[in-house]
Unconditional design. Structure first.
Lengths: 96, 249
């Protein structure tokens, strides 16, 4: 059992755990955080495979930009939901 | 009478309706497991064959104008694929462009003095933005002989842009002419230089060996600008800061 073998096992199990947590958590914020963490694990895996180009792209886009996109769309979802509920309340009052 | 409308996405969010029954879930799970086992078995049983195209690439590397095999493949040997990739990015950007409204200002960036700037963010940005842009330029330049290149540099610069535009003080006008030029310059330069080298060598996108490295750097620089703008546009379109911009004018 060499060090690199243990490192590989750690990376594989870590990324799979993060993917599981990302898919099955009910809290959106937690899911997004897990997604970004999974991106960082995958970056380390690409580095282990000596694919530095892919690692840089994965860190910048997979973990960084996608995380920011997901966070801002979460905020957008919240905004639309608030708008919808307020519109529903208004129409209900008019009907009464 | 329209009170009972249930949106499709809301209905599927309810746990009782969205859940599969237990035998169905078991069946799906076992199917997926069987498929995974089959894939892994296929992967293990496949003979690991020769080195692929590594030999061919490294033998032609001295003619490509760059020393990094990845950049050589992306921008010289298979540059047609990269051209199409950049075209796809441009299409994505056009789809994501927010709906055009009549806007009076034609400047690319608007600085809003009255907005609450956030002193920590703006003083951090003062150091971080130039550093990120220089890092992006370095990434672009270093792509010729070690890992790096247009896409990575574009992503870095887009990151810097996102940091700037999370600050409410600065807003980008996506309906300005300059923004569209920045979006499309990568594809335009790529196609134009493809035709320009065709005058010399008689083949679309076949660079003359003597000028290959400078042509590649030229195309990559333009592509970096477009990629950075596209990624920034994706973020801004989702973040929806543009609404405030248009309503203000």
């Amino acid at each position: 059992m060499s060090f690199s073998f243990l490192l590989d096992i750690f990376l594989i199990s870590g990324s799979l755990t993060m993917a599981w947590l990302c898919l099955f958590s009910h809290d959106l914020l937690k899911a997004i955080t897990c997604f970004v963490c999974m991106g960082l694990f995958v970056t380390l895996m690409w580095i282990r495979l000596d694919a530095w180009d892919v690692a840089i792209a994965e860190a910048a886009i997979g973990a960084g930009l996608t995380g920011a996109l997901l966070l801002s769309s979460r905020r957008g979802l919240k905004k639309t939901k608030a708008k919808k509920t307020s519109a529903e309340n208004e129409s209900g009052e008019q009907d009464v | 009478m329209f009170k009972k409308i249930v949106f499709k996405e809301d209905a599927s969010n309810e746990p009782e309706k969205g859940r599969l029954s237990t035998p169905m879930a078991l069946l799906c799970g076992s199917l997926v497991l069987a498929l995974c086992t089959l894939l892994v078995a296929a992967l293990i049983s496949t003979q690991r064959h020769n080195e692929g195209l590594q030999q061919a690439v490294s033998s032609m590397l001295n003619k490509s104008g760059v020393e990094n095999p990845v950049t050589a493949v992306l921008l010289n040997f298979r540059s047609y694929d990269t051209l199409l990739e950049i075209a796809v990015l441009l299409i994505v950007a056009i789809v994501m462009l927010p709906q055009a409204t009549v806007s009076e200002s034609h400047s690319l960036i608007r600085v809003q003095q009255s907005a609450n700037a956030g002193i920590i963010m703006s003083s951090l940005l003062r150091f971080l933005t130039p550093t990120l842009i220089i890092m992006g330029g370095y990434m672009l330049w270093t792509g010729a002989y070690s890992p790096g290149g247009a896409f990575q540099a574009g992503a870095l610069i887009a990151g810097a842009g996102i940091l700037i535009f999370t600050n409410v003080q600065y807003q980008v006008n996506m309906h300005s002419f300059a923004f569209r030029v920045l979006l499309s310059i990568g594809l335009c330069i790529f196609i134009l230089s493809g035709f320009a080298v065709a005058l010399q060598t008689g083949q679309f996108l076949e660079y003359p060996v003597k000028y290959a490295s400078s042509i590649i750097l030229f195309i990559e620089t333009a592509a970096t600008v477009s990629i950075a703008t596209t990624l920034l546009l994706l973020y801004l379109a989702v973040a929806g800061t543009q609404e405030d911009f248009n309503h203000d004018t």
